[in-house]
Design a protein around this ligand. Structure first.
Ligand code: ADP
Ligand code: MG
Length: 623
């Protein structure tokens, strides 16, 4: 079988996604490869397909037990013999799996890195034909990344101790140069084929809202998206407790997750989420690594995270199946303050020397600033993120809250002049908050203490509403008309562009949402997507399809229970949506649906066909 046939027969897909074919061909030619692709791009197939075409065993190194379990369940569902070896197995189970492995039962074996150089495992590996070692989440070798794992350093030693060197393939979603170089150096990749795909995720909708009442906004969203699975990220454990508690009280199937819970509760809640019994997860950033759930339809941020890297990683957990999904950030001014506090009191950096620590804090403040600008920009949000990662695209995606908002550009030179003049007149010694208070004419202790009532610009913008002044202030910083220092005080300084505005050489323009439209609604806490969001499952047309989707999902849940795997491993949301659209009535038509492979068809195809024909299942769309 060639690799196209394998893709179709085992995984049920018709074509490769960007980067996959190149990496697979590299491996098949015996080259080492490094695939750098965003979350959800389909990295697993890049090593699984060559593994199925080789006559030896492929070892996959993966950092987390939950990831291994998920992947092995997926492979087994696709009809591939695979197993994992990690500390979740009892010694008895471990030796049984190992002895089955010795008989050649498995094509693909997932191994925890700390197992590699143990005597039993080495003994097995030295006496078997290992054709490839695939290193998943390869950024774990790098101390630059956020997820450094010392046990990943054992991989190279393990490979050195094998009688013959297998092909090494490595995969990660982290694109920075430091991490890429570390992966190549530490894993000792030899002249690897390196493939980096774009980081854009077109199926994700990006939105920013600044609702007065965050809880009301989140609740409204969850209410409008019943039966959908989503994650709500909060900055603190306390907020997780609060938001989850209120959602449960309001009757929503939510569970919580943060580092302060017992292992047992965390495991239970994670399972409830994975198995869709509690499809809404409220969590801190402790939740996520190792969550490959493909049918997460939305990721809401109750708070702004600390930087764009974290935001994109967390938001990226939505829509891995490629079907439309929402990523909405609910911004509030307090989020900046909380993040600043985390930076000033970062305990992880305690062991660093003072100079390094201050450098790290400075870098973190800079990143926080860029994150804050994301919440205030009126330009394309997707473009903002991609630019941050060094990719240049069009400044219009048509699928973010800014591209979908009607803006009008206004001349704000007058306001800009007042703010810039104020900064100059007070000697460039204050942060933006104080400057804006001054031009707004506030009467605070600080204003009195520093005698800012005497500033020539005091109260010169008294008539401009405070929220609008904040936007203007942020725009001036983000667009470079002013700058802020990187220390904890973020003192506002003049720039070359300030001079051009002061001298009258340059006019300042800024986009505002038309007042009657989005901004007013956002401030009232309504969904930006308004009615469109209420329909529920994106990609379905009409009530009949929605009802069918409900029945298919019910059948999927039944099968998942029988098989003891999470529902999305039986079929992804995307595959069910395609079934609703195509309504296949026979084997050939069913096999043409993306995600339906031969093996799954043989196991469940007829039950799904019967359901589509209306011969099975009730109307209850329970998840
Ligand atoms: P990653 O590891 O890059 O985050 P995964 O390997 O977990 O991504 O794949 C994400 C999802 O995309 C899975 O549901 C997978 O089955 C699906 N997928 C992968 N390759 C393809 C393809 N060529 N066509 C359609 N779906 C695919
Ligand atoms: Mg992966």
């Amino acid at each position: 079988m060639n690799y196209y046939q394998i893709l179709k027969q085992y995984f049920g897909y018709d074509g490769f996604r960007e980067g996959q074919e190149e990496l697979i061909c590299g491996i098949l030619e015996g080259r080492d490869v490094l695939g750098i692709m965003p979350t959800g791009a389909g990295k697993s197939l890049c090593y699984q397909i060559p593994a199925l075409m080789s006559d030896g065993i492929t070892l996959v190194i993966s950092p987390l037990i939950s990831l291994m379990k998920d992947q092995v369940a997926s492979l087994n569902q696709a009809g591939v013999h695979a197993a994992y070896l990690n500390s979740s197995l009892s010694p008895g189970q471990y030796y049984k799996a190992l002895s089955l492995a010795k008989t050649g039962r498995y094509r693909i074996i997932y191994v925890a890195p700390e197992r590699l150089v143990t005597e039993e495992f080495l003994d097995f590996a030295r006496n078997t034909k290992i054709t490839m070692v695939a290193v998943d989440e390869a950024h774990c070798v790098s101390q630059w990344g956020q997820d450094f794992r010392p046990s990943y350093l054992k991989i190279a030693e393990f490979i050195r101790r094998l009688p013959s060197r297998p092909v090494i393939s490595a995969f990660t979603a982290t694109a920075t140069k430091e991490v890429r170089d570390d992966v190549i150096d530490i894993l000792l990749l030899r002249n690897p084929v390196v493939v980096t795909t774009g980081f854009n995720r077109p199926n994700l909708y990006f939105g920013v809202q600044a609702p007065k009442d965050k809880y009301a906004a989140v609740k409204n969203y969850v209410e409008c998206h019943p039966n959908q699975s989503g994650i709500i990220y909060c900055l603190t454990r306390k907020l997780v407790e609060e938001v989850c508690g209120r959602l449960c009280q309001d009757g929503f199937p939510a569970v919580r997750y943060h580092a302060g819970l017992t292992d047992e509760e965390r495991r239970q809640n994670q399972d409830a989420f994975m198995y869709d019994t509690a499809p809404v997860m409220v969590a801190t950033n402790a939740f996520g690594m190792g969550i490959d759930k493909s049918n997460v339809r939305y990721v809401l941020h109750y708070n702004m995270p600390k930087n764009i890297e974290s935001y994109y990683q967390e938001a990226g957990r939505a829509g891995r199946d490629g079907a439309p999904a929402d990523c909405i950030l609910f911004y509030g001014g307090q989020d900046v303050v909380t993040n600043q506090m985390f930076i000033e009191h970062n305990q992880e950096n305690e062991e660093l020397d003072p100079a390094t620590r201050s450098l790290v804090a400075q870098r973190d403040r800079e990143r926080l600033k860029k994150m804050t600008y994301y919440c205030f920009t009126n330009d394309c949000l997707r473009d903002y993120i991609l630019r941050y990662f060094g990719e240049y695209g069009e400044n219009y995606c048509g699928n973010c809250s800014n591209c979908l908002t009607n803006f009008e550009e206004k001349d704000i030179t007058g306001e800009a002049l007042a703010v810039i003049e104020c900064v100059r007149a007070c000697g460039q010694r204050y942060g933006m908050g104080t400057i804006l208070d001054t031009v707004h004419g506030a009467n605070t202790a600080k204003i009195r203490q520093y005698r800012l009532e005497g500033n020539p610009q005091y109260a010169s913008l008294a008539k401009v509403p405070a929220y609008r002044l904040r936007r203007i202030g942020n725009h001036l910083l983000a667009a470079g008309y002013l700058s802020a220092t990187n220390d904890e005080y973020a003192i506002v300084k003049l720039t070359q562009m300030s001079e051009r505005v002061l001298s009258g050489e340059e006019k300042v323009r800024m986009k505002f949402a038309k007042e009657t439209g989005q901004e007013a609604k956002q401030n009232a806490g309504e969904s930006v997507r308004g009615k469109k969001a209420k329909g529920g499952i994106p990609g379905l047309q009409g009530e009949a399809d929605e009802a069918l989707f409900g029945r298919l999902r019910k059948l999927r849940a039944e099968i998942a229970k029988e098989e003891q795997v999470p529902p999305y491993i039986v079929f992804s949301d995307k595959t069910l949506i395609l079934m609703c659209a195509a309504k296949p009535s026979g084997k050939e038509e069913m096999l043409a649906i993306s995600g339906v492979g031969e093996y799954k068809y043989a196991k469940y195809g007829e039950r799904f066909l019967a359901c589509i024909a209306g011969k099975q299942g009730g109307a209850d769309p329970g998840i």
